[in-house]
Design a protein. Structure first.
Length: 430
């Protein structure tokens, strides 16, 4: 056998190949046989289960000719590993029966090695006896497609389906919500990590449920910060309204979430909210759907300028809410809920801010009832007429969120009309 190393093959690989071949025909003066092929198959099994090439360590301190002598020794042949097989089974995370079959393949006596037919039969039995492997982890593309379905832009969906990172997509207008827990650093220092984790988990589980109910997309959680956006990836016209409803619902949920369930005296979690509206760029980074742009930055600063349990909105969000109102009455009601705070400074810049009060009932229902009361419709299309008068009855909004049922809407219209006749105007409450 030549000791020359062919071009393109490393010396170590050539040495190991020669060693395997020499061991296969050791102790006999003949050409390769089925038994020597079984020997080589046993060596391949060793590489598969151990993820190492055979005799790597021995070749570090032993010459090739010395190794060949050891491999061919009829009394004590050298093999890549030896019993006990239960120890190697744990080390290699494979069935012990596979290791026993492997050792039989490189038996010193060629007549003691299994035939190809026996190998096939025993390997099938070993495979059938193995437990079902866990499903492979879903790659980022499949996970995002499963999460957002057909809501993603076509170009982004196609790229994810093909296993490529999609190009960023610009959304002309959406509303970004930032929230964080007041005094989170002090809470973390005064509680065990397990209790802090449990508190955040209880809170964010509620936030995620509210986001799904309001048609808002959760973007990320960063420590105690929860970031969400309305108006993407599924575009909707009423994104500002969705974002504010989401924030107010989350504030209510936080007020009902204890800091420490074992110590009610610590009170409820205090969360502040900030919202900004404008264009954003959406993309996939690190396997996650995320958003960029100045709109996102200003939303974070709106949150920094907010207070626990309150919703602080930027000028563009205020403008979007007022433009969403389809009637002067609805616009007046919305304006009454917005309280100017002036220009507040953060990060060396000043931003005009407004507090947005929560309405007595759902803001969408208030505005729809107002639009319906002005015209007092009595046909089955009353709900749709009211929603379109408001400007939020687009097809992208779930029907359950943009209209009342026929019977309840008519009862509500009659009740509001009766209250107006008694009070001479809209009941004060906001």
């Amino acid at each position: 056998m030549s000791a020359e190393v062919p071009s393109g093959i490393s010396e170590a690989a050539a040495v190991q190949g020669q060693t395997i071949a020499m061991g296969a025909i050791a102790a006999r003066d003949s050409c390769n046989t089925p038994a020597s092929d079984v020997y080589s198959f046993g060596m391949c099994l060793y590489e598969l289960v151990s993820k190492h090439e055979p005799y790597v360590d021995e070749l570090k301190h032993m010459r090739l000719d010395e190794l060949l002598v050891r491999v061919s020794d009829p009394a004590d042949p050298l093999r890549p590993c030896a019993p006990p097989w239960d120890t190697h089974a744990k080390q290699f995370s494979c069935p012990m029966e596979l290791l026993e079959l492997m050792s039989e393949c490189w038996h010193q006596n060629p007549l003691r090695r299994p035939s190809a037919a026996e190998l096939h039969e025993r390997l099938e039995k070993i495979y059938d006896a193995m437990p079902e492997p866990p499903p492979p982890p879903m790659d980022a593309g499949r996970r995002l497609l499963s999460q957002f379905g057909t809501s993603l832009p076509g170009s982004m969906t196609k790229a994810l389906q093909e296993g490529r990172r999609p190009d960023p997509v610009t959304y002309d207008c959406c509303s970004v919500v930032f929230s964080d827990i007041k005094g989170f650093t002090k809470l973390s220092a005064s509680m065990t990590p397990e209790k802090v984790d449990a508190m955040v988990e209880r809170l964010f589980v509620k936030f995620e449920a509210i986001a799904a109910d309001r048609g808002v997309t959760k973007i990320d959680t960063i420590g105690d910060c929860f970031v969400a956006v309305a108006g993407l990836p599924k575009v909707c016209r009423d994104h500002a309204l969705r974002a504010t409803e989401f924030a107010h619902d989350c504030a209510d949920a936080a007020a009902e979430t204890l800091v420490d369930e074992e110590n009610a005296k610590r009170g409820a979690v205090q969360v502040r909210f900030g919202i900004n509206t404008g264009p954003v760029v959406a993309g996939v980074t690190g396997g996650k759907f995320t958003i960029y742009g100045d709109t996102v930055n200003v939303a974070a600063r709106m949150e920094a300028l907010s207070s626990p349990g309150k919703v602080n909105v930027a000028a563009r969000t205020r403008q979007a809410l007022l433009e969403l109102c389809g009637t002067p009455r609805a616009k007046q009601m919305m304006a009454q809920r917005l309280h100017e705070r002036g220009k507040l400074k953060v990060k060396l810049e000043e931003y005009p801010c407004w507090w947005l009060d929560k309405p007595p009932i759902s803001s969408r229902s208030v505005l729809e009832s107002q639009a319906s009361t002005d015209s007092i419709p009595h046909d089955d299309d009353a709900e749709e007429d009211g929603a379109h008068a408001l400007g939020v009855g687009d097809a992208s909004a779930p029907r359950a969120q943009r209209s009342l049922s026929n019977s309840s809407s008519k009862r509500g219209i009659g009740l509001i009309a009766s209250i107006r006749s008694l009070s001479g105007g809209l009941v004060s409450g906001d």
